[in-house]
Design a protein around this ligand. Structure first.
Ligand SMILES: [Zn+2]
Ligand SMILES: [Zn+2]
Ligand SMILES: [Zn+2]
Length: 163
């Protein structure tokens, strides 16, 4: 298992957008950074910091806790990942921001997460940049609601009971 992740570091090339982002920001491609990135990519994001620690330790036990946390902070700062707080747990789940954005619809009853790609937020982004005088590098969008299954359950419930 560990071998799979280590060898995927070698496969990562200069065209990897996250590696380009690191280089553009003048960050050295340290072993810790590449290992954390390969762990995140193997999971397609959606991984808690505890799991990142665990997996990094299996690949390379020499990389310490502190440097994993520093790397996650750096990646967050650069917009490579964002911490999210799905499941109301207190530890964040890190999500890889492919293309600078990431989108969820979350069922507030069963916590099922739907992913979608097209957000159509280009004009809102440029409006915000103009009105707030900021440069926007990405966004994480989360809609909350009820999934089809939970809606069906809810309507079955209201059919069966009078409450
Ligand atoms: Zn649901
Ligand atoms: Zn996601
Ligand atoms: Zn988007």
């Amino acid at each position: 298992m560990a071998a799979t992740v280590s060898s995927s570091i070698l496969v990562m090339n200069a065209h990897n957008p996250h590696i380009q982002r690191l280089k553009q920001s003048g960050c050295r491609l340290t072993n810790a950074r590449l290992t954390v990135l390969s762990v995140l990519e193997a999971e397609h994001g959606h991984i808690t910091s505890a799991d990142v620690l665990d997996k990094v330790a299996r690949v390379n036990p020499a990389i310490g806790r502190a440097s994993v946390f520093r790397t996650l902070d750096l990646f967050t700062q650069l917009g490579i990942v964002r911490p999210t707080y799905i499941d109301t747990s207190s530890t964040p789940t890190y999500v890889l921001m492919d293309g600078g954005h990431h989108h969820h619809v979350i069922c507030s009853d069963c916590n099922r997460v739907f992913e979608f790609d097209d957000c159509g937020l280009e004009s809102l982004t440029s409006n915000l940049e103009a009105t707030l005088n900021v440069q926007i590098n990405g966004h994480l969008l989360e809609f909350y609601g009820r999934c089809g299954d939970c809606l069906a359950l809810a309507s079955a419930d209201t059919g069966a009971t009078s409450t």
